[in-house]
Design a protein around this ligand. Sequence first.
Ligand SMILES: [Zn+2]
Length: 318
Amino acid sequence: MTSNFKQRLKGANLTQRLKGANLKQRLKGANPKQRLKGANLKQRLKGANPKQRLKGTNLKQRLKGANPKLFKTMNPLLEKAAEVLKTSKHTTAFTGAGISVESGIPPFRGPEGLWSKYDPKILDINYFFENPQDAWDHIKLLFYDFFGESKPNPAHLALAKLEEVGIIKSVITQNIDNLHQEAGSKTVWEYHGNYRKLICPLCSTKFDSQDFNLKELPKCRHDGSILKPDFVFFGEGIPEHAGSSSIHEASIADVFLIIGTTGEIMPASMIPGLAKKNGAKIIEINTETSKYTDDITDIFLLGKAGEIMTEIFEIIVK
Ligand SMILES: [Zn+2]
């Protein structure tokens, strides 16, 4: 991670970030006047400040300097992946916790994961209804206080931009952090739900969590029932629409782009295999090899999602 990138993530301008600088504006470049004067799409996609871009996440340049050997191995693969994406008819991205790590969200599993510090029972559906106050106190701390601070990283932004130019058709995500939508992705299948919504177990009404004072247990405004975060707890099924849409994607996609998931969480982990069976090419971006790598992956790109996606994006739009 370059200091520039880190700075950007952590927010040199925290106030602006907290105030929620308009994402569209950010994507399209900081100077809307300039944009209106007719910067073309390519230019706009590449961002308003190319100098900054060069100083920042240009993986190729950095690799060339830092590790010429790795660069030699990686570069043809990046070019190949970009070519496959560019010529695809229907690319579906399939993302997991790894894509959000660069946004400061720790994964659930692993030595640094949330489950190394917290008891997973707080996300058990029965525990939630039996001990709502205790469960809620933890859930608020872990998700609402913490996730609220995170912002999309270059990997989320690159996926959104590739959807804008028609290359990515949809994103299936196992994450509940809402970062794909914040980045501007339009078609997002949330396999495990989204923390931003609260649902009433009695009348099924969904509420925006931001409309509640989360220091207290949120209650349904129609019937007073305790609201449950609208993501999948242990002991719950996959949301029907997201589940069936994901299977549909796996049946029509000619390219599946796996990012930041090692395929350990069932039944989500089966979707890429289904796509492969239906003839999709599999591109995988992970910081380590996964269950997929030797089994179904056609192009394996080792590295951080933000850096690799930025590089692929630049090859595609150049
Ligand atoms: Zn209700």
